[in-house]
Ligand binder design. Sequence first.
Ligand SMILES: C[S@@+](CC[C@H](N)C(=O)[O-])C[C@H]1O[C@@H](n2cnc3c(N)ncnc32)[C@H](O)[C@@H]1O
Length: 246
Amino acid sequence: MSLRLYQDLAWLWPLWGDVSDYEAESLAIVDDIKLHVGPTATRLLDMGCGGGKNDAWFKRHFEVTGIDLSEAMLSHARALNPECRYLQADIRDAALGCTFDAVFVNDALLHMTSAADLAAVFETAFRHLEPHGVMICVAEITKESFVQDRTEVSVATTHEGAAAQHVTFIENHHDPDPADDTFEWTAVYLIRQDGRLKVEHDAGTAGLFDLPTWRRTLQQTGFNTLEVMRRFDGEDYPTFINLKPG
Ligand SMILES: C[S@@+](CC[C@H](N)C(=O)[O-])C[C@H]1O[C@@H](n2cnc3c(N)ncnc32)[C@H](O)[C@@H]1O
């Protein structure tokens, strides 16, 4: 899905979730990589890295390369993590010409709206891994966990000089057809600057697969997969730890 959030409204991204919110999840991933690859793991590829908020934690442990389609998001990532390498690439067909000890894919997978695209991302990860390397991905929303019309609201305030800016993020998930593999992702942003209100709208189609599809696709890619349930902020997330055979 091509969202305004990654284009003309990408300036909102640093306000939507603080880097500190990413600490627990990122450090759990670091532990997984060290456990499964060993202490020699040094190179990590973050696929669909966005503004680099996970990388702000990963870079303390690994040499990080991030790829993303959006130049606006990559600009945020470069500003946050000048010591990391960032490249514009599509996670479905990237060919970076190098390999990594570990690959991480977070909620960029939400943007895969067909099983073929999901498989293409897993194949990209597989191609970029060393033998015995590990790819970790999180099934943020699945058919099993989907909540119809779930709506979340969060608020952020920033200060530019003396002027305060308040943004209210309203995110809604709606599935008009439970038989297919997609749902409607909609957001409204209430932006108050200098006392003036601007309302922006954002919408796209997101992927929605059941857990058997995730498992089957990972297995068909060639991974040996361990599945664990991780709990962050009161929610459970199926997390797949995928080992590339030697
Ligand atoms: C919700 S953001 C998440 C960013 C980051 N992983 C995080 O958790 O903060 C999703 C990102 O996926 C990127 N993306 C979506 N489809 C992509 C594709 N086909 N190839 C590369 N990046 C993609 C978007 O540009 C966006 O930056």
